[in-house]
Design a protein around this ligand. Structure first.
Ligand SMILES: Nc1ncnc2c1ncn2[C@@H]1O[C@H](COP(=O)(O)OP(=O)(O)OP(=O)(O)O)[C@@H](O)[C@H]1O
Length: 658
């Protein structure tokens, strides 16, 4: 290394350690405020608010010594920052005088770190990227944009980052976000968008960084309404759980759709036929009809005793009240209360006319609860519960026929009628699809609070009814929809993003493709892409940035022997190892294979969204045969490998791979 370079490196290391000290000082300051917060706050509510705020601040300022505090530097040669240089990192760090030592990657100036180019330098003369080993600076790489130098994806530091062996949970990509990813990350809060990306193109990474970016820009607003990340299963959520906290974002809800909407525990299972019907969007109409069929016509006047007097409301005014409330298009339960309020106001007017002044509020409350009023409501606008209504619909053929007429065929109705009807809603073994239907009913009955932003990952597998459940929770917010139509494995998987977006209440949101793969090596992508024509979806194929990696496809007559040998070979390398097999084969393999901490045996059905350094796929044909969309499942399975993929098979490979 030249002497000049050594001097520069030393200066950068000093800046890093000074920044770490400054961050420590900021954290100690926050901790001191946290400790004394309740003494300075005027009342207990303010003290609690302040306490919570400070506790969060302390968490946000946590420093992980194994990750660098900054990863880049911008030297400006022109524009309003000319003559200044800024280090770009995971969060703002300021010195004691309040001067910036590290800029948050989300700050407006930092944008140039990701977007400046020779064509559009944005005032940047030099962009520097740092190489790190366990939090210590080991190298840097400069691009003199002012001299026409630009590395793009040829950057060694980017290459090292994407080729590093994977161990442990997913990490953030702030240091190496690519321009086309950055554009999505920094889209406006008001903009909903859909990202169609081949495996490993960074969709999950983009979604998580977008959440962090939006929280930075709209902190107060989003803290109130909330940001939600929806993932396909708990294994996936566990895998991504550490990314946002590492970026200082500790308050983002992460959930599966099932957990988000479940009102009651799921104890039953549907047949595929039943689940397909229950997830179909026509069920929304069936349920709408079922709910509103409960509104009746008043058929008699109402008499309400009040001390020695009796108020009377005629049938006609009662009809008008019900008709008006219906026309207002309110949720059902809100409509019921509206009718009650209008009835009380009719009584109030009579009372005022008779007494010459307004009765007290307690009188109005008493009238609202008076038995004839409640009886009237129970008759023309009865209170409903989602589980009560659904129980009736799925156990009473007549009721189902009435509401599903012209919407569901006889066979479809028969598929969802409970085969052994439970006596009550309480004793019903509800299925996952039932909870989706209950959520739809809950949405017809009442309003739901809306998140400020929802990120939906692996969204190709959301059913229309699940999309509607999310739409109810993002009505006043925006969404980022992430997925790959080729990876759709659910029976109701989407074939067209425009349709999903419509169900999600965001019709017309733009669909943006990502095609550059950061995970899967080119040789593996080439194998997986052979499946694409058979998947019959209209998606652009992936192109890998990675020229390294290896692929072995081995026919064997002794699966056990070869598997054992391949696992041992895999363990000679650094990183995680997964043996992926058809779900039904997993138990048998677990019993046979001598396990090692670094080797996981994973059922094909849960690997979506995950990645492992070395993947060993057992019997692709069994994976394909296990389910109707088995080829899509195989496509998912083959694209989990970061470095090496080994395929072992005793039976012939599925046709597109031969
Ligand atoms: N700009 C980047 N710099 C470095 N690594 C990146 C970048 N973008 C993505 N990656 C890495 O590539 C891998 C794949 O990313 P990610 O899981 O977000 O892809 P995906 O499109 O969601 O994949 P899948 O369709 O399989 O779910 C991850 O390890 C991620 O950290």
């Amino acid at each position: 290394m030249s002497a000049d370079l050594e001097v520069e490196l030393t200066a950068e290391r000093q800046h890093l350690s000074a920044s770490r000290s400054a961050l420590r000082r900021m954290r100690e300051h926050a901790e001191a405020l946290f400790a004394t917060g309740d003494k300075v706050a005027g009342d207990s509510y303010t003290a609690e608010q302040l306490g919570r705020h400070m506790a969060r601040r302390v968490l946000e300022l946590a420093d992980d010594p194994s990750t660098p505090l900054f990863f880049g530097r911008l030297d400006f040669g022109a524009g309003e920052h000319a003559g200044h240089d800024y280090h770009v990192g995971r969060r703002h760090v300021t010195d004691e005088a309040g001067e910036p030592m590290v800029l948050d990657w989300r700050a407006p100036i930092s944008r140039s770190f990701y977007r400046a180019s020779v064509k559009d330098p944005q005032g940047v003369a030099v962009r520097r990227r740092f190489g790190f080993v366990e939090g210590a600076i080991t190298s840097f790489e400069d691009e003199h944009l002012d001299r026409g130098e630009e590395l793009g994806t040829a950057s060694k530091i980017l290459t090292q980052e994407i080729e590093r062996p994977r161990v442990g949970p997913m990490r953030d990509i702030v240091a190496t976000i690519q321009p086309e990813q950055d554009e999505l990350v920094r889209a406006d809060l008001a903009d909903s968008l859909c990202v169609q990306g081949a495996p490993g193109t960074g969709k999950t990474a983009v979604g998580l960084h977008r959440a962090a970016y939006l929280l930075y820009l709209h902190r107060e607003r989003l803290r109130r309404s909330g940001v939600l990340i929806v993932g396909p299963n708990r294994a996936f959520l566990g895998y991504i759980a550490a990314v946002l906290p590492a970026l200082g974002e500790v308050e983002v809800a992460q959930s599966t759709v099932e957990d988000l909407i479940a009102r009651l525990p799921v104890r039953g299972e549907d047949t595929v036929e039943a689940a397909v019907v229950k997830h179909d969007v026509r069920m929304a109409q069936v349920l709408h009809r079922a709910v509103w069929s409960h509104v009746g016509k008043p058929s008699a006047p109402m008499t309400v005793p009040d001390g020695s007097y009796r108020w009377r409301i005629g049938e006609e005014p009662l009809r008008r009240v019900v008709d008006e409330a219906r026309r207002e298009g309110l949720p059902y339960a809100v409509g019921r209360e509206r009718v009650r309020a209008r009835v009380v106001s009719l009584l109030l007017r009579q009372s005022e006319a008779r007494r010459g002044d307004s009765p007290p509020e307690s009188w109005q409350r008493r009238m609202a609860k008076a038995r004839p009023v409640t009886e009237f409501l129970d008759e023309v606008w009865p209170a409903l519960t989602p589980e009560g209504l659904l129980h009736r619909l799925l156990t009473d053929r007549e009721a189902l026929r009435e509401h599903a007429d012209g919407l569901l065929t006889d066979d479809e109705q028969e598929a969802i009628i409970q085969p052994k009807p439970a006596k009550t809603a309480k004793s019903t073994k509800w299925t996952g699809a039932d909870t989706v239907l209950m959520d739809e009913i809950a949405g017809l009955l009442d309003r739901m609070p809306s998140f400020g932003h929802v990120v939906l990952d692996e969204a190709q597998d959301l059913s229309p009814m699940q999309c509607r459940a999310i739409a109810r929770r993002s009505e006043h917010g925006s969404i980022t929809l992430l997925g790959d139509l080729a990876q759709g494995t659910a029976p109701w998987a989407s074939a067209d993003w425009a349709v999903s977006l419509a169900h999600l209440g965001k019709p017309g949101a733009p669909v943006v493709p990502l095609t550059v793969g950061f995970r899967v090596p080119a040789v593996v992508v080439e194998l997986a892409n052979r499946l694409l024509p058979a998947l019959r979806v209209n998606v652009p194929p992936a192109e890998s940035l990675r020229r390294d990696g290896s692929l072995v496809v081995r026919a064997t007559s002794d699966l056990e022997f070869d598997l054992d040998r391949e696992v041992r070979a895999a363990l000679e390398h650094e990183g995680s190892v997964a043996v992926i097999a058809a779900d039904a084969a997993v138990d048998g393999l677990r019993a046979k294979l001598k396990l090692n901490d670094r080797v996981e045996i994973v059922p094909a059905s849960i690997v979506k969204g995950l990645e492992y350094d070395h993947v060993i796929v057992i019997e692709p044909a069994e994976i394909v045969d296990a389910e109707p969309r088995g080829l899509n499942r195989l496509y998912v399975v083959l694209t989990r490998a970061v470095s090496r993929l080994t395929v072992i098979h005793a039976v012939p490979l599925p046709e597109p791979l031969t």
